[in-house]
Design a protein around this ligand. Structure first.
Ligand SMILES: [Zn+2]
Length: 340
């Protein structure tokens, strides 16, 4: 089969299609013929390498798979259109059995801890299979997996957003950000999106954010918020940027406010005034991915038309390196997807 394999970490140009043996499914797994695989910033980290972390190379990247079932699986027939949960868990520990599989000690991510979807075929556990929402194309279906799952876990579960909450979302035009906007609105929140350009502001307004803050290059988030909406404070901040954005996020929280972080695309280190943290009873919460139940919630929102994917660009697998470049240039609105 055709597959892009990361043999060693390198630049986008190092991503080349190779010929690889078709995977052989382990017991309890099914083979999926991949039709589309959506990219995430995680893909660029896996390609570049992360200091102090070792990925199991050689590795096929790609976490978000939509395709056609090639073999039988319980509840499915060969030929069924499916999407694949972007993670795998052991399925046997207390966390898995109680439905809290996000806490599974063996939680792994497709394309990060085991082979992903930038290939013609992928073998995945039966439990990872979900019916593809029939109204979506394969490209759209691949776009409603890892990022919306991450956003759902952050907004609904970790932050516990409820009706009337004021929510600030950074990188609001990105995969997680645009999903977080829709999920927060669905929960009855008032949403302010933070973006880096007027084009992104337009798209974030279209998704439904009530207020948008454009941070000009070289401008701090705090000053940008003050300039755009004056004296502001929020019940919840959803951040994936890190650094100064996280620091400012904490400064903008009301008493008992919650900041949830799922990424550090700009800067992994931030300093927080602890006096603010304890005097105002604030919470700073980490969040990674989500559970199978939350995946199902996201797909239900999609089926009901309450959550819509935003696709920025579609490229063939042969141009995966170019797709990584597009993602890294940060002018992206929505998902970058490769078709196989
Ligand atoms: Zn487990």
């Amino acid at each position: 089969m055709k597959a892009v394999v990361i043999d060693e970490h390198g630049p986008p140009e190092s991503l080349k299609v190779q010929e690889r043996p078709k995977p052989v499914s382990a017991p309890g797994e099914a083979l999926v013929r991949v039709r589309a695989c959506a990219l995430n910033h995680l893909d660029t980290w896996v390609r570049r390498g992360v200091p102090g972390h070792s990925f199991p190379l050689p590795l096929i990247p790609g976490s978000d798979v939509a395709g056609v079932l090639d073999t039988a699986a319980p509840g499915f027939s060969p030929g069924d259109e499916v999407v694949v949960a972007p993670f795998v868990t052991c399925g046997r520990c207390d966390a898995c059995l109680s439905g809290d599989d996000v806490r599974c000690r063996k939680y792994g991510i497709l394309g990060e801890s085991r082979d992903g979807g930038c290939a013609e075929y992928i073998s995945v556990p039966y439990a990872s299979l979900f019916p593809k929402p029939p109204e979506l194309t394969f490209v759209e279906a691949a776009s409603v997996l890892l990022a919306p799952l991450t956003a759902y876990h952050m907004v609904a579960t970790r932050a516990g957003v409820k009706t009337g909450d004021k929510v600030l979302i950074t990188a609001a035009a990105g995969g997680v950000g645009s999903a977080a906007i829709q999920i927060a609105l669905d929960l009855g929140a008032k949403v302010t999106g933070v973006v880096g350009s007027p084009e992104k502001a337009t798209s974030v307004k279209e998704i439904g954010a009530g207020e948008v803050v454009v941070v000009e290059r070289g401008q701090g988030l705090f000053d940008a918020v003050k300039a755009a909406i004056g004296k502001a404070s929020f019940d919840v901040v959803i951040d994936s940027v890190g650094g100064e954005f996280l620091e400012t996020g904490v400064r903008l929280l009301r008493p008992f406010g919650r900041l949830v972080t799922c990424g550090a695309t700009a800067e992994p280190v931030a300093s927080i005034d602890l006096r603010r943290l304890f005097f105002l009873s604030l919470s700073v919460l980490g969040s990674t991915m989500g559970s199978r139940w939350e995946m199902s919630r996201v797909l239900n929102l999609v089926a009901q038309g309450r959550f819509k994917p935003t696709v920025h660009a579609v490229l063939p697998l042969e141009r995966l390196g170019e797709a990584h470049r597009i993602l890294e240039e940060r002018r992206v609105i929505g998902k970058v997807v490769v078709e196989i």
